[in-house]
Design a protein. Structure first.
Length: 298
C-alpha cells in the first residue's frame, strides 16, 4: 500500500466513530456566527409577524383599518403584499391562502392575481428554494427523513420533477414544506420555478376571486350595491369558486397519491430484487395525502 493510500485510510479512520459511521466535521467559528445571525433575523421577522397578528386579533377593527391603509398606499401596498407572500413561502411560514384572498379583497381580480404571482413565484419561492438548498439543507433533510410520506414524495420529485411539482402545487401540502422538499431534491431551479408558476396559477385565480367575492358581499351588505343583478352575479361567482376549488384539491390529491403509490411499488420491487423481505403495506388503500388544517397526516 502506498503512502498516499495509507494517509487517506488514516484520514478516513479519524472521521469514523466506533460504530463505523462517519462523523460530521465541526463547523468553524464563522459558520457558527453566520448560522445564528440568519436564525436571529428569521426569528425576529417571525416574532414581528406574530406581534402584528396578535395586535389585530385583540381589536378586529384594526384589520379593516390595515386593509384600508394598504389600499391607500397604491403601488407600495402591492409591495407590502409581496413581502408578506415571501414570508408565507418559507418552511416555517403559513397564511398563503389568507393573503391571496386579501389581495382579491383589496384589488381587482387581475391586479390581485398579478400581485400574488409576483410575490409568490417571482420572489417568495426562489428565496425559499435557495435558502433551503444552501443554508438549511441538513435540517430539512433531517425533517424529511422522519416523515415516511415526505421521503416517498422526495423520491417521486427526483424521478419526475416537473410533473410532481406541478401536481403538488394543486395539493393541500403546505407551501413552505413543498418549497423545502423541492430545494433538497436536486432538481434544476428553472424546472422548479416553471412548474411552480404553472401549478399555482389556477389556484391563485380561485383564491383571489374568492376575496373579490367577499368584497362584493360586503358592498351589498353595506348598501353600496343594490338590485338583483349584483346578487345573482355574486351567487354565480361563489358557486364557480367552490366548484373549482373542490375540483383542484381532489385532482391534485388523486394524481399525487397515484404517483406516490407508483414510487412505493417501485421501491418494493427493488427490495424484492435484492432478496430482501418486504411486508405488504396494509395502508396502501387509504389516501396518502389528507387535507387536515394544511398538514400531512401521518
Amino acid at each position: 500500500m502506498s503512502h498516499e493510500e495509507l494517509a487517506s485510510h488514516a484520514s478516513n479512520d479519524d472521521n469514523t466513530n466506533p460504530n463505523g459511521e462517519e462523523e460530521e466535521e465541526p463547523e468553524t467559528r464563522s459558520q457558527y456566527i453566520k448560522k445564528w445571525i440568519i436564525r436571529g433575523i428569521l426569528i425576529s421577522v417571525l416574532a414581528g409577524c406574530v406581534g402584528v397578528i396578535i395586535w389585530m386579533v385583540l381589536k378586529p377593527s384594526r384589520m379593516a383599518a390595515l386593509i384600508e391603509w394598504i389600499r391607500g398606499l397604491g403601488i407600495w401596498g402591492n409591495a407590502i403584499c409581496c413581502a408578506i407572500f415571501i414570508l408565507t413561502t418559507l418552511p416555517f411560514g403559513t397564511g398563503y391562502t389568507e393573503v391571496a384572498i386579501a389581495c382579491g379583497f383589496l384589488y381587482d381580480l387581475w391586479i390581485g392575481v398579478a400581485t400574488t404571482f409576483i410575490g409568490t413565484v417571482c420572489f417568495g419561492s426562489p428565496i425559499a428554494f435557495f435558502m433551503c438548498k444552501y443554508l438549511f439543507n441538513k435540517p430539512v433533510m433531517k425533517y424529511i427523513n422522519k416523515k415516511e410520506k415526505l421521503k416517498i414524495l422526495l423520491k417521486a420529485v427526483q424521478s419526475n420533477g416537473f410533473t410532481i411539482i406541478f401536481l403538488m402545487r394543486l395539493s393541500p401540502v403546505p407551501m413552505g414544506i413543498q418549497n423545502a422538499l423541492f430545494a433538497v431534491a436536486g432538481i434544476r431551479f428553472w424546472v422548479f420555478i416553471t412548474a411552480t408558476g404553472l401549478g399555482l396559477l389556477p389556484e391563485m385565480f380561485v383564491w383571489v376571486n374568492m376575496g373579490k367575492t367577499i368584497n362584493n358581499i360586503s358592498e351589498i351588505v353595506s348598501g353600496h350595491k343594490s338590485g338583483t343583478a349584483p346578487k345573482v352575479i355574486m351567487g354565480v361567482q361563489i358557486g364557480i369558486t367552490v366548484i373549482l376549488l373542490i375540483f383542484m384539491v381532489l385532482l391534485g390529491r388523486h394524481v399525487l397519491n397515484k404517483a406516490m403509490r407508483v414510487e412505493k411499488d417501485e421501491e418494493r420491487q427493488g427490495l424484492l430484487q435484492n432478496g430482501q423481505d418486504v411486508h405488504h403495506d396494509e395502508c396502501m388503500d387509504s389516501p396518502l395525502v389528507e387535507l387536515d388544517k394544511g398538514r400531512i397526516q401521518e
